[in-house]
Design a protein around this ligand. Structure first.
Ligand SMILES: Nc1ncnc2c1ncn2[C@@H]1O[C@H](COP(=O)(O)OP(=O)(O)OP(=O)(O)O)[C@@H](O)[C@H]1O
Ligand SMILES: [Mg+2]
Length: 315
């Protein structure tokens, strides 16, 4: 078996009496995209920072490419082989984007690929701009370019698209897919369900410093997402016990919610046919297939963000 690109074993990190990471273990196969998904304060950044040698573990161990980031000699080798985009970037405001890219190239001792990288992150016409005058999303894309400058084998991205608009997000996603195609290993933290679902080969759900689930997105949804349901409004509708394809249902006035096991197509057909037979009109029909958000709520007992939580509460 291939040696994992990253191996985290029984990692604990305490800050005074705060336990940020409470016994986390995982490994990441080379060439895969691994996601840490969790709410604010779950311990994602702390975990990632121990992998890159920015935070020393209280106990437990971390190996990246077989190297121990807490050892000075290993760290010196490691920093040339990993690329990092931190959650909070603090680039010098009085420097221009191009100067920063050139500076980092000199630091890593690599050929500056300023124009090529700027184009890849959509900053080709911002190279002369002072960092302090760049928008938050632009600064994040510059940080991504820096992370990729020395063609690292393992890339760590901490909430890479937080605060980015759709354009920035598309750029980042395309870049992640390109890195994967090039055989790189990626670790990303996110609290965007869509991002985790779309990009990650494997997802660890992190809650209060622990991993509470780990699998592919489809497997998490299949195991924890619950049943699909059909939601519709129809005045004068009544369920017929002979509709055995339908599962459990609830009714509130004209609104019906029917939960279905397996493929919802048959249940949909049966509902429509039954409504036609009763000669009632169906309004607002909506088929809800379970997704990663449903699995996340079932596993952690809380929604990923409060917006989703209040939407669920209102439903
Ligand atoms: N340097 C520190 N000193 C004290 N507490 C800290 C420190 N860094 C992190 N913490 C605490 O550890 C916990 C985990 O923080 P961490 O930044 O790892 O969470 P996160 O999952 O990255 O959250 P977010 O989604 O908000 O980025 C939080 O309760 C945080 O307040
Ligand atoms: Mg964080």
């Amino acid at each position: 078996m291939n040696e994992p690109a990253i191996a985290v074993t029984n990692l604990v990190k305490r800050f005074g009496d705060v336990t940020a990471v409470d016994g986390i273990s995982f490994d990441v196969a080379p060439g895969t995209i691994f996601g840490l998904l969790g709410r604010n304060g779950a311990g994602k950044t702390t975990t990632l920072e121990t992998c890159i040698g920015l935070t020393a573990p209280t106990s437990g161990s971390v190996r990246v490419l077989g190297l121990d980031p807490t050892r000075r000699g290993d760290f010196a080798q490691l920093k040339r082989r990993i690329g990092v985009q931190l959650q909070a970037t603090s680039l010098p405001e009085k420097a221009k984007a191009a100067e920063i890219l050139d500076l980092y190239a000199a630091y890593y001792g690599v050929r500056p690929r300023t124009a090529e990288l700027a184009e890849r992150v959509g900053l080709e016409d911002k190279l002369d701009r002072f960092v302090g005058k760049m928008s938050g999303g632009e600064q994040q894309r510059l940080a991504l370019a820096i992370a990729l400058l020395h063609d690292p084998d393992v890339v760590f991205l901490d909430e890479p698209t937080a605060g980015m608009d759709a354009f920035g997000r598309r750029i980042l996603w395309a870049e992640v897919e390109r890195l994967k195609a090039a055989g790189k290993t990626l670790v990303l933290t996110t609290h965007y369900i869509e991002e985790a679902e779309r990009l990650c080969d494997e997802i660890c759900i992190v809650q209060a410093g622990r991993i509470v689930a780990r699998d592919t997105a489809p497997a998490l949804v299949a195991a924890h997402g619950g049943d699909a349901f059909i939601d519709f409004a129809a005045r004068g509708f009544a369920l017929d016990p002979s509709l055995d394809v339908l599962g459990r249902w609830t009714q509130k006035g004209e609104r019906w919610q029917v939960f279905v096991h397996g493929e919802p197509g048959r249940a949909l057909g049966a509902i429509v046919a039954h409504a036609n037979a009763l000669d009632v009109a169906i309004d607002d029909l909506d088929l809800h297939r379970p997704g990663l958000e449903d699995a996340f709520i079932a596993i952690t007992g809380e929604a990923l963000d409060d917006e989703a939580a209040s939407a669920k509460a209102a439903a």
